[in-house]
Design a protein around this ligand. Structure first.
Ligand SMILES: Cc1cc2nc3c(=O)[nH]c(=O)nc-3n(C[C@H](O)[C@H](O)[C@H](O)COP(=O)(O)O)c2cc1C
Length: 160
């Protein structure tokens, strides 16, 4: 069984709802799932997961400071997250509000950790991860579940 860690930041609840759906999808694929706010996540949590899925509201077209802070602190475990499966999701206010650059900012940090980033197999529709505009709609939550299940499956295949 693989372990999937879903990390998120959320002020007004939109990204939190996405995180719960991502976790549900990963659980449905047989993973042991932990959901944590970024501010409550420590380096041992990162090290012990096989898959790490991170969700952030879009802030100025980038990840929120709370997520960046977690990444900044994670330089202490550089090399220890190698080959873990990573993916991202975001909530933004507007469709042109920089949601894709937010996803890429998260995926970029994961790549620097030598994680294996899961692309979009066309069923989630987000190219770089799942995006919600405002409160997640039913279809967006379905995409979140698919993303969680996909990462859980990939992590199981790669877990040693
Ligand atoms: C500091 C700040 C910066 C934001 N920057 C953007 C932005 O660049 N583009 C955008 O579309 N929405 C922006 N928003 C709106 C949030 O991304 C949006 O409301 C999101 O759904 C909030 O997620 P949450 O409910 O999980 O907190 C910003 C909100 C805040 C508070």
């Amino acid at each position: 069984m693989s372990g999937v860690l879903v990390i998120y930041h959320s002020r007004t609840g939109n990204t939190a709802k996405m995180a719960e759906a991502v976790a549900e999808g990963a659980r449905s694929a047989g993973a042991q799932v932990v959901v944590k706010r970024a501010a409550e996540t420590n380096l041992d949590d990162l090290k012990s997961a096989d898959g790490i899925i991170i969700g952030s509201p879009t802030y100025y077209g980038l990840m929120a400071a709370e997520i960046k802070q977690l990444f900044d602190g994670s330089s202490d475990v550089r090399g220890q997250l190698e080959n873990k499966v990573g993916a991202a999701f975001t909530s933004s206010a507007s469709i042109e509000g920089g949601n894709q650059t937010t996803l890429l900012s998260i995926l970029q940090a994961m790549l620097i950790h030598a994680m294996i980033v899961a692309g979009d197999p066309m069923d989630t529709g987000g190219h770089y991860g799942v995006i919600s505009i405002g409160e997640p709609k039913k279809e967006t939550l379905e995409s979140c579940k698919l993303l969680g299940a996909r990462v859980a499956d990939l992590a199981k295949r790669l877990a040693r």
